[in-house]
Design a protein around this ligand. Structure first.
Ligand code: G4P
Length: 559
């Protein structure tokens, strides 16, 4: 059969054609797949829009993610989803970008940039984390006035855990904020990431004149002076001036920037590619997404420094190279986008080979064939058919009932990638069927939502099957469960908050003793792992101290 990848000559096998492996390597090499991690309101939507503007995907800012009064596509979609209680979709914006300094020269490279959107909701869910398994780099977007905020920190921890290199962008420099050195200190001290600015602001926060490009050893290489455009709707014109010209034009403001840049160097804060890729340092850019200042520099940095897609380790520890036959990892499943059609979209990130629409691939978890006739790219409401995709690209698959986050798809050469770690839940609730008559439907819905990873489902003998416990990273996941059960299974479950706030992994030997403790209850998760839910951290500390022989291991925590 096609799905097992026999040697039918006509079958597209990703790399079977002569020269195909080389082509895949070249396509992978020019790709950059990243996400923006930020706290709500730091300017992620504005930046996405500005990036699209610079990549010429749109001609005027405001077209991609509009706020009230602007042309809008994505925001409408998000509103619609929010109204329905369904989590905001992960979408991927793909665009071509040519670095400005090589455009038109013999060295010109057209990069393909995939910006994978993290859900923009103020609530948190596992989806947000899973997106980060699909990217090769992250942009940490910080509000110049607020510095590091809680959600940025959480997401940063996930990047660190996964070894994803991080580029830092300090946004809203057009508004009064902290001093640049203060902001860098905060990053260094609170998260232990050494900031190594590539560009330094000329003018304090609120008086953003331009950027000093730092050369080797922190010398001022040039001054990039920006000019505002009306409402920031168009790319801000840039003037490139020599340090002498900058001095003549900006006087003390320039001198101060140049001195600070030298200070950074004496402190060892210069970019080091190896340390950046190892997740120990982070290149920093100051920007105003709203005014389109520094946005081109962000794109140039990403295509120059961020890593292209690389081989990924399979469960058996063998590496799936980018030019191996097609393989991909599902990182998100989205349902309920169109309830009338029971629409289910699975988003996969291509790991190796060429994806061609219509290909029949194998679903590693079931060994069953999966037809990819309906492959899409999805960005906001916009969907278009995908014909081909390469390592690093994100493709949405329609009618993907069997696919769940972490699943592998492949052709020809069997591979299975490790599951996506589930993050430590912090919110717990009991789920009850509304009536006994609906129990069968209820059961089916619970199993489905569990397998999709919408929430983690926990059970124990005391509570029984009719009232399993849901565990989630963010409470909005519960609303998604309720909304989907109603829309897709016609059951109206009751959800009751449970007074636990943390979970620890335990074992059978410790379970009985733990169940005897006040404020503790042991459950089995559907993957078989035993979890002890604990009321609060003081209770946990008490037990750890009094009963040190019990197993209570932290889960992969994002906090
Ligand atoms: P988010 O997706 O991260 O939640 O942030 P979003 O882009 O929606 O931006 C949040 C607010 O910050 C918006 O203002 C936006 O205009 C503003 N903003 C984003 N980048 C910059 C910047 O570089 N400089 C300044 N001064 N403001 C910025 P809002 O009042 O909530 O919306 P709107 O009325 O401006 O549309």
């Amino acid at each position: 059969s096609q799905s097992t990848g026999t040697t039918e000559p006509a079958q597209s096998s990703g790399t079977a054609k002569p020269g195909a492996a080389k082509e895949v390597r070249a396509e992978a090499e020019r790709r950059r797949t990243f996400a923006v991690i930020s706290h709500p309101d730091a300017g992620k939507s504005t930046l996405t829009e500005a990036l699209a503007l610079h990549a010429k995907v749109i001609s005027e800012a405001g077209a991609v993610h509009g706020k009230a009064g602007r042309k809008s596509t994505v925001s409408d979609w998000m509103e619609m989803e929010k109204a329905r209680g369904i989590s905001v979709s992960s979408t991927a914006l793909q665009f071509n970008y040519t670095r400005s300094d090589v455009a038109g020269t013999d060295d010109e490279v057209v990069n393909v940039v995939n910006l994978v959107d993290t859900p923009g909701h103020s609530d948190f869910s596992e989806d947000t984390y899973r997106v980060l398994t699909a990217v090769d780099a992250a942009v940490m977007l910080i509000d110049a006035a607020k510095g590091l905020e809680p959600q940025t920190l959480k997401l940063f921890q996930v990047c660190r855990h996964r070894g994803i290199p991080v580029v830092t962008v300090i946004n809203k420099w057009d508004r009064p904020g902290r001093t640049p050195l203060e902001l860098l200190d905060e990053i260094d001290e609170r998260i232990g990431l050494m900031p190594t600015p590539l560009f330094w602001p000329v003018g304090i926060a609120g008086d953003f004149r331009g950027l000093l490009r730092r050369g080797e050893d922190g010398d001022a290489a040039e001054y990039i002076k920006f000019t505002r455009t009306a409402g920031g709707a168009k790319i801000a014109p840039e003037e490139h001036l020599s340090p002498a010209e900058a001095l003549a034009l900006e006087g003390d403001t320039w001198v101060e920037a140049a001195e600070e840049s030298e200070l950074l160097s004496s402190n060892g804060q210069d970019h080091d590619q190896e340390l950046f890729l190892a997740g120990q340092t982070s290149p920093v850019i100051f920007a105003s997404a709203m005014l389109n200042f520094g946005v081109r520099q962000i794109l140039d940095t990403l295509v120059t420094l961020a890593p292209p897609p690389r081989a990924r380790l399979a469960i058996d520890e063998t590496a799936r190279e980018v030019d191996d036959p097609f393989s991909a990892v599902v990182f998100k499943v989205q349902a309920g986008m169109d309830t009338a059609h029971r629409d289910r979209l699975a988003f996969m990130r291509v790991v190796s080979g060429v994806f061609e629409r219509g290909m029949v691939v194998t679903h590693a978890q079931t060994g069953k064939p999966f037809a990819t006739k309906y492959a899409l790219t999805v960005f906001g409401r916009e969907r278009s058919t995908v014909e081909n995709a390469y390592p690093g690209d994100v493709v949405g698959l329609v009618n993907a009932t069997a696919l769940a986050p972490g699943h592998t798809l492949y052709i020809d050469k069997k591979v299975e990638f490790p599951p996506i770690p589930s993050f430590a839940p912090e919110h717990f609730a009991i789920l009850r069927a509304e009536s006994a008559s609906k129990y069968k439907q209820f059961r089916k819905a619970v199993d489905q939502l569990d397998s999709e990873g919408v929430v983690q489902i926990l059970r124990n003998d005391v509570r029984g099957d009719a009232s399993p416990v849901m565990a989630a990273v963010g409470p909005m996941q519960f609303e998604v469960v309720a909304a989907r059960m109603k829309a897709e299974y016609n059951v109206d479950p009751k959800i009751e908050h449970l007074g636990y706030s943390l979970a620890r992994r335990t074992d059978a030997a410790s379970a009985d003793e733990l169940n005897r403790q006040r404020g503790v209850e042991v459950f089995t998760r559907s993957d078989g792992v035993l979890l002890a839910l604990v009321s609060d951290k003081w209770r946990l500390q008490y037990i750890l101290k009094e009963l040190p022989e019990l197993t209570l291991e932290p889960l992969v925590a994002a906090t």
